[in-house]
Design a protein around this ligand. Structure first.
Ligand code: NAP
Length: 359
């Protein structure tokens, strides 16, 4: 039975884990809090980057000898394998921790088994405390382990009647400055930010993170089937790395030094799942899909959207392009139904977060 102190410590560990979002891939985000034998917090830590110490190691270092006889609260089952760092289960045993409470079991076949190792060494182990909260915090990584492709979050901004521009094409700015700042936070949490060729040509987007302290810049990915991009495009500056995805026969000689991914075309288009497979192979575990509507439609048609984040502005237009283009849905029984997981006012706008039903 979890005590209020257990819940407080685990909630702190979940908050610590979130600090790693955007910088730990291909690893999960993990937070850890250690209390001494009398229940006082003596150490905390989070996994900050792949290849660096795990959360437990940071927290054990902070706790020192005070960890002996104490409790470790970890958002994910302590790992059991030696990768770039040693097994955390062993580190906890050697530190003399008497009890380990973790929120979510490790689904990674290479790393799982930490709980058994701890129990075999006589450590009391509890599982499942605040599991839903911890899972939500690790949604991208857990989804990528389950699906074998990066987690995809589709973000859009629209008027209350679902338009992303006026009939004459003008669109700046539908959503508020507060919403646009919030999008920078979403970019900072993602490993990659993706746009289609239409957006690339119309908006000349920059896509780097601004205004988020300590942010790791995501990989900027743009689909440009025929490599029409000019070398002066803002996405090619050195604010963040960029990957240009082109058809296999595209002429890219005018883009020396640009990281190019060539993919076969199907009906003149890059395959959504082929693209995601290639990004996964590059260590990308989460993608922020920033549109536009055509590309979002292709991702939805391919069943490759795991979460939708819509910024709805209190504005009406009545005409103009919709937030979403054809997603292969022709009749109401095919409609993609979503569960709303959060609604949050952002400045004058409303941010709605939703996931496909049954996901
Ligand atoms: N309000 C918002 O949240 C928001 C966000 C983003 C964009 N926008 C607006 O959306 C407009 C552009 O949208 P759009 O629908 O014209 O274009 P888009 O969705 O940005 O890009 C579609 C293009 O991507 C390329 N592509 C390659 N493989 C694809 C695939 N499998 N599926 C779909 N596209 C693929 C194709 O261009 P190529 O053949 O040339 O490569 C295709 O025409 C702009 O006006 C922009 O301002 C609004």
């Amino acid at each position: 039975m979890a005590t209020p102190a257990d819940i407080t410590a685990m909630r702190r560990a979940i908050a610590l884990a979130a600090r790693g979002l955007g910088s730990t891939s291909p690893n999960p985000v993990v937070g850890c809090v250690i209390t001494d034998a009398s229940g006082h917090q003596v150490g905390e830590g989070w996994h900050q980057r792949a290849g660096g110490p795990h959360a437990e190691v940071h927290a054990l270092r902070a706790a020192g000898v005070l960890a002996r006889g104490g409790t470790a609260y970890v958002t994910l089952e302590p790992c059991n394998h030696t990768g770039r760092t040693g097994p955390c289960a062993q580190a906890l045993i050697e530190a003399g921790v008497a009890r380990v409470v973790y929120a979510v079991g490790d689904p990674n076949p290479q790393a799982t088994g930490g709980a058994d190792t701890l129990r075999a060494a006589g450590v009391e182990v509890g599982a499942g405390l605040l599991a839903d909260e911890a899972e939500a915090g690790n949604l991208a990584w857990l989804t990528s382990v389950r699906t074998g492709r990066p987690f995809v979050r589709w973000k859009y901004a629209a008027t209350l009647d679902g338009r992303t521009a006026a009939a004459d094409g003008t669109s700046r700015w539908i959503s508020s400055a507060e919403s646009r700042a919030d999008v920078h936070r979403l970019r900072a949490e993602a490993d990659a930010v993706l746009v289609g060729g239409g957006t690339l040509r119309t908006d000349d987007p920059h896509l780097a993170v601004r205004g988020v302290e300590g942010a790791t810049q995501p990989l900027r990915v743009a689909l440009d089937t025929h490599a029409g991009l000019l070398p002066t495009a803002r996405i090619l500056d050195d604010a963040a790395p960029t990957l240009l995805v082109v058809g296999e026969d595209a002429d890219t000689r005018h883009l020396p030094g640009v990281d190019i991914l060539r993919l076969p075309l199907h009906d003149g288009r890059v395959g959504v799942h082929e693209l995601l497979t290639q990004l996964y192979a590059r260590g990308i575990r989460s993608v922020l899909l920033e549109g536009g509507p055509t590309l979002a439609g292709a991702f939805l048609a391919g069943g490759a959207v795991d979460q939708v984040v819509g910024y709805l502005a209190p504005v009406l237009l009545g005409a103009g392009p919709n937030a979403l283009a054809d997603a292969g849905i022709t009749t109401i029984t095919q409609a993609l139904r979503l569960d709303i997981t959060e609604t949050t006012p952002i400045g004058p706008d409303l941010r709605i977060t939703a996931t496909p039903k049954g996901a």
